[in-house]
Design a protein around this ligand. Structure first.
Ligand code: ARG
Length: 472
C-alpha cells in the first residue's frame, strides 16, 4: 500500500478522450470539491456498500473488496486527521476519493466505479447526508420544544396581553402563548419525519441514467445503507431532487416560526413593551450608546430566515427547466442545501439557548399591562349575554361603556355599580370579579383555550407527546 499523499496533481480521470488540458478558470468553475467535501463521509459509506455488493454479485473478488474497504477506511482516517485535502484538480469529492483510493490500493481502486456513475453516486451521498441532518434537526426541535414546555410550566399563571392586529385584544396565560410555538414545532418535527421518508430511498444502481449491464443487487446496497426502498425508475432516480426541495420547504417553515417568535421577543424587549429583559448571556451592547442592550440573537434569526427562503426558491428554479436526466445544473443543489441545514441548525440552537437562559419575563409589568386596558370588554358582553341579553345588544352597550370610560379617563373596573346598573339592570356586584384579568383568562376554559385548566392539560399533553417514541 502506498501511504504517501500525492505531491503532483494527476491527469483528469476522464481525460483520455481529450487532447488539451482544461482551462484553469474553467477547471475552477467546474469544480465542486470546494463544497462537496462536506459529503465525504457519506461518499465513503456509499462506496463501501457498493464495493460489498460488487463482491457479493461476483463482479469483483472478495480479496479485491477487502482492499477497497481498507482503502476507503484509510481515506476516512486521513480526512478526520485533516490530512486529506484534495485540491481543485480533483474536481469533486467522488473523483478525489477514487483517485486517492487508487493511490492507496493500486489498480484495484479503479474497479470501485464498476456498475456505478457519479450521477447515482452523488444522489446517494446527498440523501445519506440529508437523512443524517434531518435526524439531528429533529433532535434539536425536541430540545426547543422542551424549553418551551419548561418555560410554559413556570408561567401558567403569568398573564400577558393577547393581541390581534397588534391591538390589545384579550389577556392570556403566558404559557398559552408559548405553547403556540410548541405546536408549530410539533408540526415541524412531524413534517421533517415525513420528508425523511422520501429522502430515504436509494438511487444507487441507477447508473448514469439507464441502469447497468452488470448483475448488480440494488436491494442489497439499499439495505446496507439503511434505505427503506430503491427508486423504481433510473431516470427519476438520478435526477429527482424533490426531496431537497421538500426539505428546504420544511426548513423555511421552521424559520418562519423562529422568525415570528424572534419578532415577538424583539418587541417585548423594547422599552415600549417592556415585557422581557434580555440576560447578559445572549444580548449585546452598542459601541456608541452605553445604555443599550440589543436583541441580536432574535434579530439574526429573523434576518437569516431570508436566506433559507432564498435557497428554496433557488432549488425550485434550478429544477423547473431540467430535461431528463442528470444535468450539471444539479451540482448547484448542494450549497443551497448545505447552507439551509447550517443556518437552520444554528438558529434552532441559538433560540433554544435564548429561551433557556437569555430572557426573563417581567411578570409584574405583565400583570400591570393586562390590568390597564379594555381587554376585558368582551367579558362584560359575555356577562350580559349569559344573563339573557342578546349578544349583539350586549356588545353595543359595552361599546358605549368603553366610549364613556375612555372620555372620563377610566377603565371598566373603575365604574361604580350604579353606573353599571344604569347601563343595564342585569349587572350585579359580581361584575367586578368577572372582569378581573385572572378571571377573564380562567373563564376561557373551552378546549384549546387560554383557561389555566386547559393550558395545564396542553402542557401535560405536550410532555406526553415528547415521552412517546413516535411523538405524534
Ligand atoms: N459534482 C457533481 C454534482 O455535484 C457530481 C456528478 C457529476 N456527474 C457528471 N456526470 N459530471 O452533481
Amino acid at each position: 500500500m502506498n501511504n504517501q499523499l500525492p505531491q503532483q496533481p494527476e491527469a483528469k480521470t476522464w481525460s483520455q478522450r481529450f487532447e488539451r488540458a482544461l482551462h484553469p478558470a474553467i477547471e475552477e468553475f467546474n469544480a465542486s470539491i470546494g463544497f462537496d467535501i462536506e459529503l465525504i463521509e457519506y461518499d465513503l459509506n456509499g462506496s463501501g456498500a457498493h464495493a460489498k455488493m460488487l463482491a457479493r454479485t461476483g463482479i469483483i473478488s472478495a480479496a479485491e473488496k477487502s482492499q477497497l474497504l481498507a482503502g476507503l477506511e484509510q481515506i476516512r482516517s486521513e480526512y478526520r486527521q485533516g490530512k486529506f485535502q484534495p485540491g481543485i484538480d480533483a474536481e469533486d469529492v467522488h473523483l478525489a476519493v477514487e483517485r486517492r483510493l487508487t493511490e492507496i490500493a493500486g489498480d484495484v481502486g479503479k474497479k470501485l466505479h464498476t456498475a456505478r456513475s457519479r450521477n447515482d453516486q452523488v444522489g446517494t451521498d446527498t440523501r445519506l447526508y440529508l437523512r443524517d441532518q434531518i435526524e439531528q434537526i429533529r433532535t434539536q426541535l425536541r430540545q426547543f420544544q422542551e424549553v418551551l414546555l419548561d418555560l410554559a410550566e413556570v408561567h401558567v399563571e403569568t398573564l400577558i396581553p393577547g393581541y390581534t392586529h397588534l391591538q390589545r385584544a384579550q389577556p392570556l396565560s403566558l404559557a398559552h402563548h408559548l405553547m403556540a410555538y410548541f405546536e408549530m414545532a410539533q408540526r415541524d418535527w412531524e413534517r421533517l419525519g415525513d420528508v425523511w421518508k422520501r429522502v430515504n430511498i436509494s438511487p444507487l444502481g441507477c447508473g448514469a441514467l439507464a441502469g447497468t449491464t452488470f448483475p448488480i443487487d440494488r436491494q442489497y446496497t439499499a439495505e446496507e445503507l439503511g434505505f427503506a426502498s430503491v427508486y423504481g425508475n433510473s431516470l427519476d432516480g438520478v435526477s429527482d431532487r424533490d426531496f431537497a426541495v421538500e426539505f428546504c420547504c420544511s426548513a423555511s417553515l421552521i424559520m418562519v416560526h423562529l422568525s415570528r417568535l424572534s419578532e415577538e421577543i424583539i418587541l417585548w424587549a423594547s422599552r415600549e413593551f417592556g415585557f422581557v429583559t434580555l440576560s447578559d448571556r445572549c444580548a449585546t451592547g452598542s459601541s456608541i450608546m452605553p445604555q443599550k442592550k440589543n436583541p441580536d440573537v432574535p434579530e439574526l434569526v429573523r434576518g437569516k430566515t431570508g436566506r433559507v427562503f432564498g435557497h428554496l426558491q433557488a432549488l425550485l428554479v434550478l429544477m423547473k427547466g431540467l430535461p431528463m436526466a442528470y444535468n450539471k445544473d444539479l451540482q448547484e443543489d448542494k450549497e443551497a442545501l448545505f447552507d439551509s441545514v447550517k443556518t437552520l441548525k444554528a438558529c434552532l440552537q441559538a433560540m433554544t439557548i435564548l429561551l433557556r437562559e437569555g430572557i426573563e419575563f417581567r411578570t409584574e409589568r405583565l400583570e400591570k399591562a393586562v390590568a390597564s386596558d379594555f381587554s376585558n370588554a368582551t367579558d362584560v358582553a359575555d356577562y350580559l349575554a349569559a344573563r339573557g341579553v342578546p349578544f349583539r345588544e350586549a356588545y353595543n352597550l359595552v361599546g358605549k361603556a368603553v366610549k364613556t370610560s375612555l372620555a372620563a379617563g377610566k377603565l371598566l373596573p373603575d365604574l361604580s355599580l350604579e353606573e353599571w346598573k344604569a347601563l343595564h339592570p342585569a349587572f350585579e356586584s359580581d361584575i367586578y370579579q368577572a372582569i378581573a384579568p385572572r378571571q377573564v383568562v380562567a373563564a376561557r376554559n373551552s378546549y384549546g383555550g387560554t383557561g389555566f385548566e386547559q393550558v395545564r392539560k396542553a402542557i401535560q399533553a405536550g410532555r406526553d407527546r415528547l415521552a412517546t417514541v413516535s411523538g405524534g
